[in-house]
Design a protein. Structure first.
Length: 394
């Protein structure tokens, strides 16, 4: 327990030291989750000329389909014709004139689907937009979402019941609804993490002119000037110059960061944290011991370890066990006995002593992540990978 608190303290100290330097890392009103970008932008197609390989593979990246319109042919192909019984009523999606609509068996008219959140790797949630009495846009998440198995199911987090409810549980007098309305502030946050530019007019988000999806510019500030200069001008941000914690917190701007939570909320058994990869990673002994302590950062034998050690942000996550094993082997050795140990010197009782943390459970050919980073249900019907690398006891 004491040890864990020390790790938390280490993470917090480093997090605090970078807190003020770069506002992008902060999740306050000025963070890009509420970003208002009106600067001249260069479309990702401009990058093709010189970064053909990355720009080509980016077309299939989940980051490139975080938000699509309700008239997007791929979205229509995925949703039109599907239906499910939710909260006692049949919810369905239909296409009319190249536009997706949501039907509800107890409603006289269909409602237009304006946007769809999520690439479909985990879920696709259709939403409709209207305005509140002050004219601020707000979204309604439909009760039905497309889940990873390709079937329509309950939108996670809305408390929607699949099928017919027990009459005793039906809340008397409540009219049936298409879904759940988010207030304007939440609406702004939803779009903020799923777009690359969210302009505003008179303090209202301008959904007609947003730049959908996470494009090159969102992760590579300065790319516009860089491209316009023919690749001569440097970028404002060089990911390699960030410390590992700064780097995972950048990704954590959308994927969430450990310093957004109180120490009480950061336990290995807090299930919903599996959704927030940078939180788990920042808490892992692998990360804390090799990346955030002074000993670690001054020891060149510690390989750099951040999100891009395992993930190419320009492509879907690899599903290949060997790919991930390779990243473990950068620090963990399988010695003569076939046991994993940390191939580095650590602060043992004797200077220069080798850390011996062996894997007594499996050999070098096994899938390390299947046991040490298992997939878990987050509590809302979706599965995520537990990025808090550790021994899981059953
Ligand atoms: C006219 C050619 C050209 C265009 C267009 C171009 N780049 Fe580059 N880019 C380069 C060259 C050349 C380098 C290598 C610079 C170096 O290594 O110093 C580079 C390097 C980069 C790097 C790595 C920087 C680093 O510090 O390692 C990134 C990221 C990048 N470009 C992003 C983009 C994006 C995003 C776009 C589109 C908005 C773009 N580039 C458009 C030529 C171009
Ligand atoms: C601007 C917000 C934002 C930032 C910044 C961001 N992501 Fe994401 N990321 C998302 C969203 C939204 C999704 C969900 C895409 C979907 O619907 O499948 C996602 C999905 C992913 C996935 C899942 C891919 C898959 O195959 O399912 C990985 C891995 C990932 N991001 C890694 C990163 C890394 C690494 C960084 C930092 C270099 C990063 N992200 C930065 C918003 C962001
Ligand atoms: C702080 C940034 C952030 C905010 C705010 C946010 N999202 Fe996301 N969203 C993400 C990231 C990162 C992912 C990918 C990882 C994950 O699935 O959690 C994602 C994934 C999704 C997905 C794909 C399915 C899934 O759960 O993986 C949907 C659908 C979605 N978001 C809808 C929404 C809606 C609707 C809202 C507002 C009610 C919202 N998001 C607010 C960052 C955000
Ligand atoms: C989710 C964030 C994210 C997005 C979106 C993104 N990148 Fe990157 N990119 C990164 C990170 C992080 C690195 C550093 C990778 C590393 O150090 O291995 C990188 C590295 C690069 C590099 C230099 C390294 C290399 O492999 O040559 C280029 C060039 C580049 N990106 C271009 C692009 C282009 C073009 C796009 C849009 C089509 C794009 N990126 C979109 C996060 C992103
Ligand atoms: C040690 C390797 C490793 C590192 C480092 C890592 N991931 Fe992952 N990540 C995985 C594995 C394994 C998967 C599951 C891939 C699969 O089989 O679908 C995954 C999946 C994901 C997904 C898809 C949703 C899920 O949970 O399955 C997201 C989003 C993601 N990672 C984000 C990140 C971010 C952000 C970082 C940096 C904080 C990061 N990852 C660092 C190994 C890693
Ligand atoms: C950058 C180096 C590095 C990488 C990469 C790395 N680890 Fe570690 N890992 C460490 C260090 C350092 C420790 C702490 C050893 C100690 O405290 O004795 C550790 C500890 C562990 C522990 C014990 C954690 C605990 O809380 O008890 C496990 C299990 C583990 N690593 C598995 C893995 C697996 C599996 C991978 C690949 C997915 C991986 N590690 C990648 C450096 C790394
Ligand atoms: C079948 C599940 C399983 C697989 C596969 C597996 N491990 Fe383990 N690992 C465990 C268990 C269980 C322990 C705890 C063993 C013990 O306490 O005796 C452990 C312990 C460890 C430790 C020591 C942790 C500590 O407390 O010091 C490391 C490091 C480790 N594993 C790394 C790996 C690596 C690297 C791989 C991939 C080559 C791997 N493991 C594959 C289940 C597994």
């Amino acid at each position: 327990m004491k040890r864990r608190l020390q790790y938390i303290a280490a993470v917090f100290l480093v997090a605090m030291s970078i807190y003020g330097i770069d506002r992008w890392i902060r999740n306050d009103a000025d963070s890009p989750s509420t970003l208002a970008s009106t600067a001249t932008r260069v479309r990702p197609s401009t990058c093709f000329e010189c970064h053909n390989d990355i720009a080509t593979k980016y077309a299939a990246a989940p980051h490139n389909s975080t938000l699509r319109r309700g008239d997007d042919p791929e979205v229509i192909a995925a949703l039109a014709g599907k239906s499910a019984i939710l909260n006692d009523h049949r919810h369905s999606f239909v296409e009319r004139g190249g536009q997706l609509f949501a039907g509800h068996s107890a409603m006289p008219t269909d409602r237009r689907v304006d946007w769809v959140f999520g690439s479909g790797h985990h879920a696709m949630t259709p939403v409709a937009i209207d305005v509140d009495p002050d004219g601020h846009p707000r979204l309604t998440q439909f009760n039905a979402s497309l889940l990873a198995d390709g079937e329509l199911g309950a939108t996670p987090g809305l408390g929607v019941t699949v099928g017919q409810r027990d009459p005793a549980q039906t809340i008397a007098g409540l009219p049936p609804t298409h879904g759940k309305i988010s207030d304007p502030a939440e609406t702004r946050r939803c779009f903020g993490c799923h777009v690359s530019g969210l302009p505003q007019i008179d303090g209202r988000i301008d959904l007609n002119n947003l730049i959908a999806n996470i494009d090159c510019n969102r992760c590579h500030p300065g790319a516009t000037a860089h491209a316009q200069s023919g690749g001569v001008a440097g970028l404002t941000l060089d990911w390699a110059n960030l410390t590992p914690l700064e780097a995972i917190n950048r990704c954590g701007e959308c994927h969430r960061r450990a310093d957004e939570f109180t120490p009480d909320e950061l336990g290995p058994d807090v299930l919903h944290l599996v959704r927030f990869a940078p939180v788990g990673m920042a808490m892992s002994r692998c990360f804390v011991r090799s990346q955030t302590t002074e000993m670690a950062t001054s020891d060149p034998r510690f390989a750099r370890f951040d999100c891009v050690t395992c993930h190419d942000p320009h492509a879907p996550a690899s599903t290949n066990a060997a790919h991930y094993n390779k990243t473990c082997f950068a620090c963990h050795d399988f010695g003569k006995g076939g046991k994993a140990s940390v191939a580095l010197q650590g602060p043992g009782p004797h200077p220069g002593q080798r850390m011996t943390s062996g894997c007594t459970a499996a050999g070098a050919e096994s899938s390390c992540v299947s046991c040490h980073m298992p997939k878990k249900e987050s509590g809302e019907g979706l599965f995520f990978t537990d990025h808090w690398i550790r021994v899981h006891r059953r």
